[in-house]
Design a protein around this ligand. Structure first.
Ligand code: NAP
Length: 313
């Protein structure tokens, strides 16, 4: 039997990519000198695309593959995939939930502590020999803070439970109040930001959450407030955030995600009250391997006519 043809639109964890390439007839879109010619040459037989959360796939790209039956995404966030087009054309979409939850939540806490205790700034302080001239200024404390989580899903819950270990009080905002938690619920982000001393974004990206952490929310968080983002750059008004951080209207920010990654605005890089990280929430060996395995398992399920393991659409 001939091997199924897969168009690889987005790079993923190399050892798992190698495994997938041994199993199927795979073609690397990113490496093709003429990408249109590659897609055209596969159009009559390619039923599967593998992509990642950042690269996604547009409606126009899916339309060039009329036999497409599955878009397997390496990553839980599927906001860069045109889900409406997929739904309308009977194309299944899978992602890689759960296996990354703990590492992403750990990263949120690392950014939170790093931002409040100024750990990267302390590292620079030591390396640059400034300690020799006197101690580093004292920092904020995480203890007893009120923390508002935007999106109490798998990752949001894992963040909230970690926050409890730091003697904090947790509140959350999201479309649905949860009956199984005792955290304070807000049906409005600005009201939550007004209550909170820290806001952590952990919701999906895409149109429904675009700029949900608005200028008004950041202003409500205020000059002593801290904003942490491990969700997507699109969920915060990045321009307003930079302006407020620079002008003292917002205290500090720890950011794993940005608009238009990997381009980070020079104005943000220039600020001393931010901790910046290159979208590494899930980037540990065991988690990336488990995510890659889920991609392989979903592809195998489609090829063998079984139910997908982690279907989104
Ligand atoms: P999830 O389990 O589906 O949780 C998403 C949560 O967001 C749900 O609680 C949902 O609320 C809430 N939500 C949906 N629409 C919202 C809105 N308009 N406003 C506020 N909250 C909203 O997903 P997850 O596994 O926790 O992942 C969450 C997101 O984290 C991903 O979509 C991705 O963008 C991001 N992520 C980032 C990294 C990284 O490396 N930085 C890694 C993985 C994931 P309900 O429960 O009420 O429906």
């Amino acid at each position: 039997m001939s091997k199924a043809t897969i168009l690889l639109m987005g790079m993923f964890y190399q050892p798992k990519l190698d495994e997938l390439e041994k199993l199927y007839d795979c073609h690397r879109h990113w490496a093709a000198p003429d990408k249109d010619a590659l897609v055209a040459s596969l159009a009559d037989r390619c039923e599967i695309v593998v992509t990642n959360g950042g690269r996604g796939i547009s409606a126009q790209e899916m339309a060039q593959l009329p036999k497409l039956r599955l878009v397997a995404c390496f990553g839980v966030g599927v906001d860069a995939i045109d889900l409406d087009y997929a739904r309308q054309h009977g194309i299944a979409v899978s992602n890689t939930p759960d296996v990354l939850t703990d590492d992403v939540a750990d990263m949120a806490l690392a950014l939170l502590l790093g931002t409040m205790r100024r750990i990267p700034q302390g590292d620079r302080f030591v390396r640059e020999g400034r300690w020799l001239a006197g101690g580093m200024p004292v920092t904020r404390s995480l203890q007893r803070k009120r923390i508002g989580v935007v999106g109490l899903g798998r990752i949001g819950r894992a963040i909230a439970s970690r926050c409890e270990a730091f003697n904090t009080e947790v509140g959350y905002f999201g479309p649905n109040r949860k009956s199984d938690v005792s955290y304070k619920y807000f049906d409005d982000v600005v009201a939550m930001a007004d209550w909170a001393e820290v806001v952590i974004a952990a919701c999906p990206g895409g149109p429904s959450t675009y700029r949900i952490v608005s200028r008004a929310a950041l202003e409500a968080l205020g000059p002593d407030g801290v904003f942490i983002n491990i969700a997507r750059g699109s969920v915060v008004d990045q321009e307003a955030m930079i302006e407020l951080l620079a002008g003292g209207g917002l205290g500090a920010a720890g950011l794993d995600v940005f608009d238009n990654e990997p381009n980070v605005p020079a104005e943000l890089i220039a600020l001393d009250n931010v901790v910046l990280h290159p979208h590494q929430g899930s980037a540990t060996h065991p988690t990336r391997a488990a995510m890659g395995q889920l991609v392989i398992d979903n592809v195998a399920a489609l090829v063998e006519g079984r139910e997908l393991v982690t279907r989104v659409v």
